[in-house]
Write a protein that binds this ligand. Structure first.
Ligand code: ADP
Ligand code: GN1
Ligand code: MG
Length: 372
């Protein structure tokens, strides 16, 4: 991932964009890829694109990943057209390279792709209006339904064991033992918090092995800033960040949205007194998600929704702490201790969920029956 400044222009020039490149500037707040807004001009008209350097240290099989993105976006495009929607705005659209490929490998060995830029729509890092969160729940629920008919065998597992929480715990324990940065002594309380919840981590996998929890094609990274909300209609417009679509659990898609969107603070807030689980936001997302799923979730899946939320939050906290212990090699950071701050918000949120557990179960129960 070196010399990105030079490489991004080499990459931008490789794609079949319209007109001359005007600007190419860093964009968005994703933790994994390097994203740029690419603006081109042709006959006085501007054309905008998203140019992304994919993180090939995280995603080891870029051709497989791009195959997933191509298949899923083509599938969604057909569904959107059938519903008389606008496929240029309601799903991601890959721009091919000048020689007809989906991605470009630059002279330094980095991988790039380009999407049509979706204008007049916003990815939020914090819920501004509860209605937006309801919309995003409905959209992720519907997405889950649409993908129920997607041929799962076409998908490559882009990160093996992505939401295998027990495997994440083993990696965490190893990072604590190895302690390459000698940081473990400062985070004993966080280590204890995570370790004392080890027993809860294997439930979903165990239930799946027993046939009680279905494996579904899922998004696996359903945080609020991976959905675009239309500025004009304030409706959820497009689900983005399709890099982790692969077989997974519905409860984890739901749970990751709650983890990020129902938190009253940002993921990297340093003032932990601002962190809590908003019950109104939890409720409105649950309503939207279950409506969007149109009755397709099993009773067990619905019952496990609060567990999904807690597990995604605990797992994410554990992943941030693992990365902190390993020297911040996975998630992009922009300040000292950034991953530790993120870990602390997640653990504070888990603690608050535990306090509100009975209320969470009651809310889910309230929306269990699907009434179209
Ligand atoms: P990461 O995996 O790093 O999170 P994303 O694919 O989520 O990367 O992209 C990062 C950000 O770029 C998004 O949060 C969003 O703001 C913006 N973005 C991505 N794709 C588009 C698009 N097609 N149109 C407009 N903005 C986009
Ligand atoms: C990463 O790519 P992005 O920023 O949408 C991560 C998720 C984490 C999230 C925490 C491929 O998501 O798993 O939950 O950060 N994606 C990957 O904010 O590891
Ligand atoms: Mg993202």
């Amino acid at each position: 991932m070196k010399n990105m400044g030079d490489q991004k222009l080499e990459a931008a020039n490789a794609f079949a964009v319209k007109g001359q490149i005007k600007t190419c500037t860093p964009y968005g707040s994703g933790h994994i890829n390097h994203t740029f807004l690419l603006v081109c001009e042709e006959n006085g008209e501007e054309h905008s694109y998203i140019l992304q350097q994919m993180n090939h240290e995280v995603f080891k099989d870029i051709p497989g990943l791009m195959n997933n993105v191509r298949e899923v976006t083509a599938f969604l495009r057909r569904q959107i057209l059938e519903n008389h929607g606008n496929p240029d705005r309601e799903t991601l659209n890959l721009i091919p390279t000048k020689d007809g490929n989906d991605y470009y490998k630059d002279s330094q060995g980095n991988y790039w792709r380009t999407y049509l830029f979706i204008s007049d729509a916003t990815c939020y890092d914090l819920v501004e209006k509860p209605e937006d969160f309801y919309q995003s729940g409905k959209a992720f629920g519907r997405f889950q339904c649409l993908l129920a008919d997607f041929p799962a065998e076409k998908l490559v597992e882009t990160i093996p064991d992505f939401h295998n929480t027990p495997a994440r715990f083993l990696a965490f324990q190893k990072a604590v033992e190895t302690d390459v940065m000698q940081r473990a002594c400062q985070v004993q309380e966080e280590i204890r918090f995570i370790s004392s919840r080890e027993k809860e981590m294997g439930l979903a996998l165990r239930m799946q092995q027993e046939g009680a929890l279905p494996l579904r094609v899922s998004h696996n990274d359903t945080k609020l800033n991976n959905i675009m909300i239309d500025d004009a209609t304030r409706q959820a417009l497009c689900i983005i960040d399709l890099d982790t679509i692969m077989p997974g659990f519905s409860i984890f898609d739901y749970g990751d949205s709650i983890r990020f969107g129902a938190n009253t603070a940002q993921e990297d807030e340093t003032d932990l007194s601002k962190v809590s689980l908003s019950l109104p936001l939890f409720e409105i997302y649950t309503k939207g998600y279950l409506e969007g799923c149109e009755g397709r979730l099993t009773e067990t899946e619905i019952k496990l929704l609060p567990y999904g939320a807690k597990m995604m939050t605990l797992e994410c906290g554990m992943r941030f702490l693992t990365d902190y212990l390993q020297g911040d090699v996975y998630f992009h950071t922009s300040r000292e201790g950034h991953n530790l701050d993120r870990c602390r918000t997640q653990l504070a949120l888990v603690a608050d969920m535990e306090k509100k557990w009975t209320q969470l179960e009651k809310i889910v129960e309230k929306y269990t029956t699907y009434n179209p």
